[in-house]
Design a protein around this ligand. Structure first.
Ligand SMILES: [Zn+2]
Length: 117
């Protein structure tokens, strides 16, 4: 009886340690993903600035590139927002179909529409 209590106690210590490790892994993966997204965004901001500059200096020949960059930035910002929110709530889920990292709150993948839960 006493040994059982000890074993059960140990088991719950191991379980909670494993859970903590999983939480840390999930958190650091989210951290890396958020960093990647941030540098992608910065890259697009730079490209947009350059496109605007060239348009100002050379005259606007086409808005296609600028519109494309603005659209891409808007998408990334939405992703970033979703990721920040899910980080606050503590959870991201990787889409099993397309591999996109989504908020744990999403019922469907915004990337491909697959059901997430
Ligand atoms: Zn997907």
């Amino acid at each position: 009886m006493k040994l059982d209590d000890t074993m059960n106690g140990l088991r719950s210590v191991f379980d909670s340690a494993a859970q903590r490790t999983a939480d840390v892994l999930e958190g650091s993966r989210g951290f890396v993903e958020r960093g990647k997204l941030r540098s992608q965004l910065n890259d697009y901001y730079r490209r947009l600035g350059r496109a605007e500059y060239e348009a100002a200096v050379n005259g606007v020949t086409s808005m296609d590139e600028i519109n494309m960059l603005i659209q891409k930035i808007t998408e990334l910002r939405q992703q970033q927002l979703a990721m920040e929110q899910s980080a606050q709530r503590g959870g991201t889920v990787t889409c099993p179909t397309c591999g996109k990292l989504n908020s744990a709150q999403d019922a469907f993948c915004p990337g491909c529409g697959a059901q997430l839960r």
